[in-house]
Design a binder for this molecule. Structure first.
Ligand code: FBP
Length: 521
């Protein structure tokens, strides 16, 4: 019997027209490359003049065999294996004796030179499959000069290294590219935008791969819960959604499922205000005979609540709860014991509170219960909590992610052939059909700014948050009052791979509504 994953092995990803004949295209510097901030140019003396590149017709620069390394960094995102497949196939087209070598377990594999040459058989086994398991991933960063030197040594025989990662990993890629140039190395460093969070965006990067598959997985589950709520009419479901700081996943899932309330971190409401809003919703729904509902909560919410931000800031600086200032102490006293204990005990190696480990959904439920008692609420309000995160990071990629990730891999091979360093593969016009997609190699340095991390100013690629003045957010916020009381739930069902292309090849709503990211601030 053929299983779905087996059947998916045979899917042939669709790629942009411009990447279909690699031997007849080349990378050409784009004169309209964005500017670099002066303080950043000083930190990247060799790399800051690197332009972005577009792909134009022309004879290939080089036809010798290539040796290209590849590394996954950070959390899995569906489509990762297709980046490897795209790289592998394109390197083979460029020269049949080319090699693709995977560094195992993230940047730690690079530092410790743990790698494996990838074979056609291994690649064939993971085509259009979820996960990163062929070479694994990790969260190690290249932090010290020693790490850079070890990476340099590991890469001495390579033409290029492709770094598949999010904002921090691509920042690391840019720092490595700078270091290698300073050492006279010819190895190119090429990024690929990966993260389910949807927060790695720029003029050229409309979206990272993995976001679409993750959101469609969560939307299926949320839709199922909406239907259950509608059937049994007895629970308020609080669903926390992964996504780290930004609320992109929450907005996308809200548009796909239309729950009664979606809290958006970037609106920067206080904890007290959010609790009031939820209590209001429950009371208003009770008035129309409804004692159930579905509420989405983004993982990063706590970071945006002013009073929680102040409190976690103090705790991260090592202030003990009993020594907090009166305002922070009042917030602390409001919190249920379990949350207090999470705040005390979930710290990273720098002592910062790990806000992602805090059970925000449980915190809200406890405070809403108190609020309803205070308001003498006479109805019944029963709560269920859920957390959807890991479920969506390694699923079979949607056609969109399978096509997109494979195309990014092909583009990475082209960049390696033309030795373009310090760039990230990007594809524009993603809401069009894949043949019309426009591949570009976007310079990494203009994306970098200085940000305070653990008391020090560090160069990092800024995370792009939900723009609360943008079309994407407005298309959600204009409907939310209606969704609060009327149950306009949508039940998207599972990701589809066969049948009508409107079902199988749909692109994420974030692209339909903002095809090119333009901050409106
Ligand atoms: P990346 O940015 O590395 O892709 O990670 C995304 C993410 O899934 C976040 O949404 C989440 O907060 C985090 O990883 C969880 O990380 P971990 O796998 O270490 O628990």
């Amino acid at each position: 019997m053929t299983t779905l994953p087996e059947k998916r092995l045979a899917y042939v990803p669709k790629i942009p027209q411009a990447l279909q004949h690699l031997l007849h295209v080349r990378c050409e510097a784009d004169p309209s490359s964005p500017n670099v901030r002066p303080e950043i140019a000083d930190l990247f003396p060799h790399l800051h003049t690197t332009p972005s590149y577009r792909i134009v017709s022309g004879a290939a620069a080089k036809k010798a065999p290539l040796k290209v390394g590849v590394v996954f960094s950070g959390g899995p995102a569906s489509g990762g294996h297709n980046v490897l497949a795209g790289l592998f196939d394109a390197l083979g087209q460029i020269h049949p004796a080319s090699q693709l070598v995977g560094f195992v377990g993230g940047f730690s594999g690079l530092i410790n030179n743990r790698c494996k040459a990838l074979s056609l058989e291994q690649i064939d086994a993971v085509r259009n499959q979820g996960g990163f398991d062929l070479i694994g991933t990790g969260r190690t960063k290249l932090e010290s000069m020693e790490d850079m030197q070890k990476a340099h040594a590991a890469l001495h025989s390579f033409d290029a290294l492709v770094v598949i990662g999010g904002d921090d990993s691509n920042t690391n890629g840019a720092l490595l590219a700078e270091y290698l140039l300073s050492q006279g190395s010819k190895t190119a460093i090429i990024g690929v935008p990966k993260t389910i969070d949807g927060d790695l965006r720029s003029r050229d990067i409309e979206l990272s791969f993995g976001f679409d598959s993750a959101c469609k997985t969560y939307a299926e589950l949320i839709g199922n819960i909406c239907r259950d709520a509608l059937s049994t009419r007895k629970y308020y479901h609080f669903i926390k959604l992964m996504g780290r700081s930004a609320s992109h996943i929450a907005v996308e899932c809200a548009l796909l499922t239309q729950p009664n309330l979606t809290i958006i971190g970037e609106e920067r409401k206080s904890l007290a205000q959010i609790v009031q809003d939820i209590a209001d919703l429950i009371i208003r729904r009770k008035a129309v005979g409804k004692e159930f509902g579905v509420i989405l909560v983004p993982e990063g919410l706590i970071e945006f609540m002013p009073e929680m931000g102040a409190l976690t800031g103090e705790l991260s600086r090592g202030v003990l709860p009993e020594k907090l200032c009166p305002k922070d102490r009042a917030t602390w006293d409001l919190l249920p014991e379990k949350i207090q204990s999470q705040l005390r005990n979930s710290k990273d190696p720098h002592g910062n509170v790990r806000v992602s480990q805090i059970s925000t959904e449980e915190l809200l439920i406890q405070l809403v219960k108190k609020e309803l008692v205070a308001r003498n609420f006479q109805g019944s309000a029963n709560f269920q909590e859920h957390f959807f995160g890991y479920e969506g990071r390694s699923c079979l990629p949607t056609n969109f992610d399978a096509n997109y990730a494979y195309s990014l891999g092909v583009l990475g091979a082209l960049a390696a052939r033309d030795r373009v360093t310090g760039v990230i593969c990007a594809i524009r016009s993603l809401k069009e059909t894949p043949d019309q997609w426009i591949p570009v190699l976007s310079s990494l340095v203009p994306m970098i700014h200085l940000e305070e991390r653990n008391g020090l100013k560090k160069p990092v690629i800024a995370k792009v948050l939900v723009d609360v003045k943008g079309a994407y957010f407005l298309s959600f916020s204009t409907h939310r009052n209606q969704w609060a009381l009327e149950d306009n739930y949508r039940f998207p069902g599972p990701i589809q791979f066969f049948g009508d292309t409107a079902l199988t090849d749909s692109c994420p709503r974030i692209l339909e509504l903002t095809s090119v990211y333009t901050p409106s601030t």
